[in-house]
Write a new protein. Structure first.
Length: 339
């Protein structure tokens, strides 16, 4: 690899499903120094990559932003090799001044940190602050506090960011501060900063400074992923779309199921019908990019709301839904939005 690629400042930005990781990265990209080149490596639980399309619809390589996706689950468990291949290709192409890695909300960031701490990457990357976003309202629900991934994301952080503070009802900040102390333990408590923000507005200054997480997790044992990922599933994000005009992909793991579709560009969606369909979804998470008769739009559904953003370009329409249980009517509903 190019000898100039040495000690690239690298940040991991993690957090559970729907907490605002992508919004945070888009906010950081707005504040990227104009003369710098930044690379973003995105991992998604679903087999159909969406985040890359959302980001590329707003930032091009001409603006100094280089984006690469690794769909299909935890980057450093079943798919450790695809992550390393994608990372190496991204670094070679972008020759970035900063690298940002966004693991899936269901991914185990300790494994990612271990890979980045290997001797090969030690020569290339300088691991800086690891930022974990948390919606403090979720701490009232055991499905989060008893989820190993949710707690691991907090345990690995240098900075815990309580996002969506504008939606807190009162007492959530104190609950988060107490919970972080419980997860981290008293021995390293002083190393963890807890900040609060809304709409993913991370201060770019928070990225700077060497991480303390490598030493903290030096003896962590590798986790065995429940995601079944192979080269076939990886190709679902890039394979040719069949004559039917769409391809469907599914994934299971960490107590969740995902289902996604890619539609060829000739399939033009009705924007009004899409809005009705998407607002009616009962899911933990949904992201999509659609080519409609009124232009190209990105969609983001969390437990709080459905948001829509206009995008400059998209090669095709894509959608990924993550839920505890899938519904058979989803495909019929989507196809009914075409035309």
């Amino acid at each position: 690899m190019n000898s100039k690629l040495k000690q690239i400042p690298t940040n991991i930005i993690t957090g559970f499903l729907g907490v605002g990781k992508t919004s945070s990265i888009l906010h950081l990209l707005k504040h990227k120094p104009e003369n710098e080149r930044w690379a973003v490596l995105v991992n998604e639980f679903g087999e159909i990559g969406i985040d890359g399309s959302l980001m590329q619809g707003q930032y091009s390589e001409r603006s100094g932003v280089f984006i690469r996706e690794v769909p299909g689950g935890c980057m450093c468990c079943a798919s450790g090799l695809p992550m390393q291949v994608a990372l190496n290709e991204l670094l070679t192409k972008a020759k970035p001044d900063r690298l940002i890695i966004e693991p899936t909300g269901l991914g185990h960031p300790v494994e990612i940190l271990q890979t980045l701490s290997d001797k090969f990457y030690q020569q290339l990357l300088q691991i800086e602050k690891i930022i974990t976003l948390v919606d403090a309202r979720k701490l009232k629900h055991s499905r989060y506090t008893e989820h190993d991934t949710f707690n691991q994301q907090i345990s690995i952080a240098d900075i815990v960011v309580g996002n969506k503070q504008d939606l807190y009802q009162g007492g959530e900040k104190e609950i988060l501060e107490s919970y972080v102390k419980k997860v981290i333990g008293n021995t390293v408590e002083s190393n963890i900063a807890i900040n609060f923000t809304e709409q993913g507005r991370i201060d770019p200054q928070w990225l700077q400074g060497k991480t303390a997480a490598i030493a903290r997790h030096a003896h962590h044992h590798h986790h065995s992923s429940s995601n079944d990922l192979d080269s076939t599933s990886l190709n679902l994000s890039t394979m040719d779309i069949p004559e039917a005009g769409y391809v469907k992909a599914e994934n299971h793991g960490e107590g969740f199921s995902s289902i996604g579709w890619r539609f060829e560009s000739r399939k033009v969606f009705n924007r009004k019908k899409l809005h009705v369909f998407l607002t009616g979804l009962k899911a933990e998470r949904m992201k999509a990019v659609f080519i409609t008769e009124q232009g190209i739009f990105g969609y983001n559904l969390t437990s709080d709301a459905l948001t829509e953003m206009e995008l400059d370009e998209a090669l095709e329409s894509r959608i990924e839904i993550i839920a505890y249980e899938r519904e058979s009517r989803w495909q019929e509903g989507l196809l009914g939005c075409i035309g």
